[in-house]
Design a protein around this ligand. Structure first.
Ligand SMILES: [Zn+2]
Ligand SMILES: [Zn+2]
Length: 496
């Protein structure tokens, strides 16, 4: 051990390594030997024969001499693992504090408790300030995911000045393209026109560990630039953008077209056989809230004047419809009364359904059959609702789930304008009973074709938290789709 150490960093070779106790020996240029521990190795697994770099040494705690503090494969100086960890912790703490300060400056006490109505109602300048700060942080390498997601879902406009800094391929960033001005997406039209490869989706790797939220985002994301361009163009909604997409589909080979159509479907668009693009979600959306009945003997006039004095919005509107009724029609499979999930006046939910369709629309399903046996469950609306099936069930059909009680008291609801998109992960339960907008999928986007004409049905409404565990477990969601031409309702259930 008399050979002097050369200047660091220096090249070294691992000449021994015991994986059991995680220590080994490096031979460095000039022949000297230096002991090292596995924890000193940054970015690689030590193995005998491997050539690496000794970056820094420290005194050996036992027996004197020196020991490796940092070993890597690049030869570039970097702090040892413990110092790196400390630094990362310090930075994370610092960002946490900055996030708290930002929320406070926008008057948000608790982001989790902030309703999806609070953000759109916030002053435009405050939303713009939040967007500008989020984007400045993104350039510094910090992404405040929860706030970005909530803000882009309810107010994509505030991110329009920053589209060039956002990745059209990735969710939630691609949502910033919703209603984007044509100038911002014109280069993407050219990209799609000149594309030499088809738009592709992310294929989830089997066995890859990911959070549910990230996996769901990946399922909806594009994996190449052309895919990102197509998503962004569809979301911008500009007629010229849609035209570019339609003309791509007209010249696309069938399999490439299928993959691109799947990508667009996740983003809320259906592609018809002739290549035209149709929204499967509406921009207009409404939350359904129970109508508060005034308590017995309450002085209504006095109450509302008190509410006005405190600046509260009055919740006493006339009902738009009702949820959870039971009718006389029976399920054609299990023969229990169908549940009327929703009855709503179409005037209370403008721009969700085509104008002049009907004064009222009803959503029916079978509580027994929808979760397992017939998912989706189809009902044809007419004088009376009638369940319809692709393969008629046999006369001795027994549903997998049989509820003791299938009747339910209707509850009056009112409709309140809401953001077109509510993320299941970030929403409060009461915000998930909705008409219009985009479905808050639990498991990922699902196409529901019309049983009569086969077309992908547009989304109509969704319901969480039904009385008495109505679907199958307490966190299931029911989604309803409607074919206007055939007057067919399809309901489907997803559970977490
Ligand atoms: Zn049934
Ligand atoms: Zn149809």
């Amino acid at each position: 051990m008399n050979t002097p150490l050369p200047n660091l960093p220096c090249k070294a070779k691992i000449i021994s390594f015991e994986s059991g106790d995680g220590v080994g020996t490096l031979e460095i240029e000039g022949g000297a030997h230096v002991r090292f521990g596995g924890s000193a190795c940054i970015g690689f697994m030590p193995d005998v024969g491997l050539v690496c770099w000794l970056i820094e040494t420290k005194p050996n705690p036992v027996g004197g001499g020196i020991r490796a503090k940092t070993v890597n494969l690049t030869g570039a100086w970097e702090p040892d693992r413990l110092t790196q960890l400390d630094e990362r912790n310090r930075q994370a703490q610092e960002w946490k504090q900055k996030e708290q300060d930002l929320l406070q400056s926008a008057g948000i006490k608790d982001l989790r408790a902030t309703s999806c109505h609070d953000l759109p109602n916030m002053a435009a300048d405050t939303r713009k300030m939040l967007a500008a700060t989020l984007m400045a942080w993104k350039r510094e390498g910090h992404f405040f995911d929860e706030l970005f997601t909530r803000l882009v879902e309810v107010s994509p406009d505030v991110f329009h000045p920053y589209l060039s800094d956002l990745d059209a391929k990735r969710e939630p960033e691609s949502l910033a393209y919703v209603d984007a001005p044509f100038d911002a997406v014109a280069p993407l039209v050219r990209m799609l026109d000149d594309a030499t490869e088809p738009p592709r989706r992310v294929q989830l790797e089997v066995g890859k560990v990911s959070t549910v939220l990230n996996a769901r985002r990946d399922m909806g994301a594009a994996s190449n630039e052309v895919g990102g361009a197509m998503l962004a163009l569809a979301r911008s909604g500009h007629p010229k953008a849609r035209e570019a997409i339609s003309s791509w589909f007209k010249r696309a080979p069938e399999t490439a077209g299928d993959e691109a159509a799947g990508l667009l479907f996740q983003a809320g668009f259906g592609v018809a056989a002739d290549g035209t693009l149709a929204r499967t979600h509406s921009i207009a959306a409404y939350e359904l809230r129970p109508v508060e009945k005034p308590a017995r003997g309450e002085k209504k006039g006095l109450l509302s004047s008190v509410l006005r004095a405190f600046g509260a919005r009055s919740e006493s509107r006339s009902p738009a419809g009702s949820m959870w009724g039971t009718g006389r029609s029976l399920c054609g499979a299990c023969h229990v009364p169908l549940i009327r999930v929703l009855k709503i006046g179409t005037a209370f939910v403008p721009h969700v359904l085509p104008d002049g369709l009907a004064d009222e629309i009803e959503i029916w399903t079978c509580r027994n059959c929808v979760a397992v046996d017939f998912n989706p469950y189809y009902v044809k609306l007419g004088q009376a609702p009638e369940s319809i099936f692709r393969d008629p069930p046999s006369s001795d059909f027994k549903p997998s789930i049989q509820h003791d009680s299938v009747s339910s008291e209707p509850a009056a609801v009112m409709s309140v304008p809401a953001p077109s998109r509510v993320n299941y992960m970030f929403a409060q339960e009461r915000e998930l009973n909705r008409v219009g907008g985009a479905p808050s999928w639990i498991q990922g986007a699902d196409a529901v074709p019309c049983l009569m004409c086969g077309a992908v049905m547009p989304f109509l409404c969704q319901f969480a938290d039904p009385p008495d565990d109505m679907w199958s477990g307490d966190c299931g969601m029911l989604y309803a789709f409607f074919c206007v031409d055939c007057r067919v309702v399809g309901t489907t259930v997803q559970c977490s």
